[in-house]
Write a protein that binds this ligand. Structure first.
Ligand code: BV8
Ligand code: ZN
Length: 254
């Protein structure tokens, strides 16, 4: 068992006294649930594809069969795994904050739904979800059954040539209006911002930490490796989030 990560006192104190906490999570938070992160998401039959080229409207237009198979596969992968102690620690921290009438917003770039499964309530899915789909033609909504589609691309029941797509935000697509508004509100009112398990390259999410810091909020980071945010963070923990988060939340809520 490796040594436990050191939790900076400054991080504990800032979270204990925070009046509004804004948390941003990325694929690294789900890595310890066994879900591969976005950048190394592709293994096996998908290894030869680049997620950046598949997660686009152009790829869906060009090859709906391939793109819907990939997302159907990812729904299946999600179904085989469960939230990890990092997800549960964030749900516990939200509970502790809201019980004291403090603000708590969880902005996630993840599309796996694990934060909700772990009990988080104020979750803003910046990049949507793979758990619900819609007809690309008539927008009829569908909840994915969790079982693989029996034919690809999956077809709409209500219009003849409609093809179903996941309710995720692809590269080149706008984030949902409501998600952007809730993110901006949280960035404008938080006194502490903590970025967890994200490589900090995808816009606009990766500019949120900088924006919060520019307003005077404390900025912290928990990530396996340094990111562009590390240099401007008030403190960072470079360790697995499934290990660091429970330790941090234990100290904050003690
Ligand atoms: C937008 C859903 C306005 C899909 C995702 C040219 C044309 C058009 C747009 C652009 C352009 N150039 C730039 C842009 C903007 C573009 C962008 O940011 N590109 C980047 C890559 C350069 N952004 C957009 O297109 C956004 N929309 O800007 O609209 C617009 C519109 C038109 C034209 C211009 C502008 C939409 C972005 C949303 C894309 N959709 N997901 C899907 O999931 O399939 S993003 C995708 O990447 C996932 O959501 C993922 O979460 C996200 C970010 O990745 P990370 O979460 O950070 O995951 P990653 O693997 O990268 O990193 C994991 C980290 O965890 C690592 O650092 C690792 O060290 C760490 N880690 C690993 N294990 C652990 C750990 N940490 C702790 N513990 C562990 N155990
Ligand atoms: Zn339809």
């Amino acid at each position: 068992m490796g040594s436990l990560p050191a939790i900076p006192d400054s991080m504990v104190e800032s979270l204990r006294s925070s009046e509004h906490l804004c948390v941003l999570t990325g694929a690294g938070v789900s890595a310890e649930s066994g879900l591969r992160t976005f950048r190394d998401a592709l293994t096996g039959m998908w290894a030869k594809y680049d997620p950046m080229s598949l997660a686009t409207p152009e790829a869906f237009e060009r090859d709906p069969d391939l793109v819907t198979r990939w997302y159907d596969f990812r729904v299946g992968e999600g179904g085989k795994h469960t939230p990890n102690p990092g997800h549960h620690a964030l749900a516990r921290l939200e509970e502790w904050m809201t019980a004291r009438d403090r603000g708590f917003t969880l902005l996630t770039q993840n599309v796996d739904g694990f934060h909700q499964d772990a009990g988080s309530r104020e979750v803003v899915e910046l990049h949507g979800t793979i758990r619900t789909w819609r007809c690309a033609r008539c927008s009829t909504g569908y909840t994915h059954s969790g079982r693989p589609f029996d034919a690809y691309p999956p077809r709409c029941e209500r219009c003849p040539d409609g093809v179903l797509r996941p309710n995720v935000v692809w590269f080149g697509e706008m984030l949902p209006e409501e998600a952007i508004e809730r993110a901006h509100d949280a960035i404008a009112s938080c006194d502490v911002f903590i970025s967890i398990g994200t490589s900090g390259v995808v816009q606009p999410a990766s500019s949120f930490g900088e924006a919060a810091g520019a307003r005077g909020a404390k900025v912290f980071e928990i990530n396996l490796e340094p990111t562009p945010l590390t240099a401007r963070a008030d403190a960072s923990i470079h360790a697995p989030s499934g290990l660091a988060l429970p330790l941090l939340v234990d100290r904050v809520t003690a």
